[in-house]
Design a binder for this molecule. Structure first.
Ligand code: DGL
Length: 288
């Protein structure tokens, strides 16, 4: 086994959305260590434009490689994947890199009505990468594409203000209702949308809300598990899977969470979504 195999896997998002991917990675790869970076000082990415998002992606990748010596990078953000993964692959040719994209193919395989909804940020759904992805499934189903301006941001805020029923939680609910209503009828009847692709990692944290709004006949599809399996495959192929015989890892000693923004917010999200203690979180002080 490669010596670098004991190095951590880097994971990043514009904020807390990528924690939904991290959770799947922790389950799939129990012997690995992770460094998660929430770029909350620059969130949301969805309405910032490709050049900005690409610049952030490269700054974060440089930081994780040089300060944390990561052995692989998971871009746990659809928007950053769409804007920057292509260039990142050539900049970090030696680094196993995994991105996330809306799970259109699994949705086609699942849908019975062949009418599929896709929600995501403007950045993701307006990208040429998404257009190419859509072209690969054209003709196999009808797609109703809905950018959800403000939803990722509202989810970030609702996590900080934990108690359900408060203003931020209601704002998430209001936006979910507004955007799904704009997409048409949901359900398992002919012509109805029976499958909704969550094309932004933040939206996984609104899944309960969405399911309650859309009803039990609608299936929500996210990408955490397939991304985790793909990460395992890449590490295996590179001989970089961590050995299971090293020191016992617990969730809190194998995962370090960093933020470019508010530490209080990250701690609230870590506790709420991953049951990680405050000491697992810190500020990414040297990230530019
Ligand atoms: N979580 C991100 C995504 O998957 C970005 C949300 C945002 O910052 O706008 O697209």
């Amino acid at each position: 086994m490669h010596a670098a195999a004991q190095a951590p896997i880097g994971v990043f998002d514009s904020g807390i959305g990528g924690l939904s991917v991290l959770k799947a990675l922790q389950a799939e790869l129990p012997h690995e260590r992770f460094v998660y970076l929430a770029d909350s000082a620059h969130a949301p990415y969805g309405e910032r434009g490709d050049a900005f998002v690409a610049e952030r992606t490269h700054a974060i990748a440089d930081y994780l490689v040089s300060h944390h010596h990561i052995k692989a990078l998971v871009v746990a953000c659809n928007t950053a994947t769409a804007a920057a993964i292509h260039e990142a692959r050539s900049r970090y040719a030696q680094l196993p890199l995994v991105g996330v994209e809306p799970a259109l193919k699994p949705a086609v395989a699942h849908s019975k009505t062949q009418r599929i909804g896709v929600i995501g940020t403007h950045g993701t759904l307006g990208s040429t990468k998404f257009a190419s992805l859509l072209a690969t499934v054209q003709g196999q189903a009808e797609f109703v594409i809905q950018p959800c301006k403000g939803l990722a941001h509202a989810i970030e805020l609702s996590t900080i203000q934990a108690p359900a029923g408060d203003h931020e939680q209601r704002e998430v609910h209001r936006l979910c209702v507004q955007y799904t209503q704009a997409m048409g009828q949901f359900g398992k009847g002919q012509g109805q949308i029976d499958t909704l692709v969550l094309g932004c990692t933040h939206y996984v944290f609104a899944a309960e809300d969405l399911q309650q709004i859309l009803g039990p006949d609608v299936t929500l599809i996210s990408t955490g598990e397939p991304v985790a399996r793909q990460t395992r495959r890449l590490l295996e192929a590179a001989g970089l899977l961590a050995s299971s015989s090293k020191a016992v890892l617990t969730e809190s000693n194998r995962t370090q969470l960093l933020t470019s923004g508010s530490l209080i917010a990250l701690r609230a999200a870590a506790l709420r979504w991953l049951q990680l203690p405050a000491h697992a979180c810190a500020e990414a002080l040297t990230l530019r």
